[in-house]
Design a protein around this ligand. Structure first.
Ligand SMILES: [Cu+2]
Length: 147
């Protein structure tokens, strides 16, 4: 496929998504966790996550379980990154997280720790895999206040 054709395909995909995105949003499946999971969206992806334990304790490691799905016409997620920071304090966490795929669009991130009270913002980055927009990164954020 030459560059011009590629560009055309992309423009068609974007136009189509623009008019149908809301009706065709996917539902990320975190089995058995619907009630506790929080769902956020970007242009191409929907992501649901929950923490383990559900209530985060300051200074205690916790796990984030998440599920990602591509909306209609979007490239499948290639890989996912999870990070968190305190926007008002301009610092991140003191530990690096590790994330592993656990099958069917599900991931498990370990080693997160919020070491002080205040507003923490999760940053989820989904990198497109496969064809089409492969390599494009979309970022989703949501925050939680710890007391
Ligand atoms: Cu801080």
């Amino acid at each position: 496929m030459n560059a011009t054709m590629k560009l055309c395909t992309k423009m068609v995909a974007v136009a189509w998504l623009g008019s149908h995105a809301a009706a065709f949003a996917c539902t990320p499946d975190l089995a058995g966790a619907k009630a506790a999971a929080k769902t956020i969206e970007s242009k191409s992806y929907a992501l649901a996550f929950r923490t383990q334990p559900e209530k985060i304790t300051i200074g205690q490691h916790f796990v984030v379980e998440l599920a990602v799905c591509a909306k209609a016409g979007a490239a499948a997620p290639g890989n996912v990154r999870v990070d968190a920071h305190m926007p008002e304090h301009r610092h991140g966490m003191n530990y690096k997280t590790t994330i592993s795929g656990v099958g069917a669009g599900k991931y498990r991130a370990e080693g997160l720790m919020f070491h002080m009270p205040g507003r923490w913002e999760y940053i989820f980055e989904v990198r497109a895999g496969g064809e089409g927009d492969a390599g494009a990164v979309e970022r989703m954020t949501t925050s939680v206040v710890l007391q």
